[in-house]
Design a protein around this ligand. Structure first.
Ligand code: AMP
Ligand code: ZN
Ligand code: FE
Ligand code: FE
Length: 281
């Protein structure tokens, strides 16, 4: 545990396993001072999280989101902070993405059957509940049915980009994701840059498209990677962000909220950037 800020957390509203209330209590109990809830393609967990945070005056909850975008041969995730969850255009886009997620997950279940992995769609739906369905829910159904030991084991062979059952998502470019976030009054940050095939050119390409920050502190990144990302953030004048990307999914290598995160100044810079951008509109 090294951080008091964690700007990357998932709840049951997408593919996390804790309710927003449970996550807020866990974060407060771990001594966090600022957290952002960044569910995939939904802001549905935010209201409950804000409500739960009233129990903890020392904890601030920032509205966030994580959008998935594609570039040729690779996937890029873009985080948004200080977005207005009440923005109708944002919500219309998110609804469209979530509907696409249902079609995608169904197609994955069909493709899995073709390679001998037989799942009941109802079990995937069960794990997703009312939340935005994602590959981790398919992976959980695979664990339950005995095809793998933990959710992450389903990715290399089946659900990952080069896996047998991979299905493309609704098309969104990283620049499109940044634009969506900005139009909703927020600021955008590149998520887990070191997962990109070519991190340096990926950052360089996006830095000029309205991006405000990038993740530097990430629970699974070692010191060398964090230092390298810190240098790139300075080079491209991006606010250093980060967090645990906690899901609570039951993977043995998962690290808890607060395991990594940026300094408090980064939150101030993000908020100032969001205020400045809103003032300009
Ligand atoms: P989706 O939103 O359906 O594309 O699923 C993306 C989510 O799947 C990520 O946010 C992670 O939670 C999870 N994920 C992606 N790749 C892996 C992997 N190799 N191992 C474990 N989880 C993964
Ligand atoms: Zn996720
Ligand atoms: Fe991500
Ligand atoms: Fe995430």
């Amino acid at each position: 545990m090294s951080a008091v800020v964690d700007l990357h957390l998932h709840t049951l509203a997408s593919d996390g396993r804790l309710t927003p209330t449970e996550l807020v209590r866990l974060a407060a109990g771990r001594g966090l001072k600022t957290i952002a809830i960044t569910d995939h393609d939904t802001t549905d967990g935010l209201a409950e999280a804000f409500d739960a945070a009233r129990e903890f005056p020392g904890l601030r909850v920032i509205p966030g989101i994580e959008l998935s975008a594609d570039v040729p041969g690779d996937e890029v995730h873009v985080l948004g902070y200080f977005i207005d969850p009440g923005d109708p255009e944002l919500q219309a886009e998110l609804s469209r993405f979530r509907a696409g997620r249902v079609d995608r997950a169904r197609t994955m279940v069909e493709k899995l059957a073709q390679v001998g992995v037989h799942l009941d769609w109802e079990r995937v739906q069960h794990f997703a509940g009312d939340g935005a369905v994602g590959r981790p829910h398919v992976a959980m159904a695979m664990v339950e049915a005995g095809y793998c030991r933990e959710p992450k084991d389903a990715f290399p062979e089946y659900l990952g980009r080069n896996g047998l059952a991979y299905v493309e998502r609704v098309k969104l470019t990283p620049e499109g994701a940044v634009g969506m976030i900005r139009r909703a009054g927020g600021v955008a940050a590149l998520a887990h840059p070191a997962y990109m095939n070519d991190m340096e050119s990926g950052i360089a390409n996006l830095a000029g498209s309205g991006l405000s920050g990038m993740e530097v502190y990430y629970a699974k990144y070692g010191d060398d990677t964090v230092r390298q990302l810190g240098r790139l953030a300075r080079q491209y004048r991006l606010i250093p962000c980060g967090g645990s990307d906690y899901h609570g999914m039951g993977n043995s290598d998962e690290l808890p909220p607060g395991e990594a995160g940026p300094p408090v100044e980064s939150v101030e810079l993000l908020e100032a950037a969001a205020d400045a951008a809103r003032g300009k509109r």
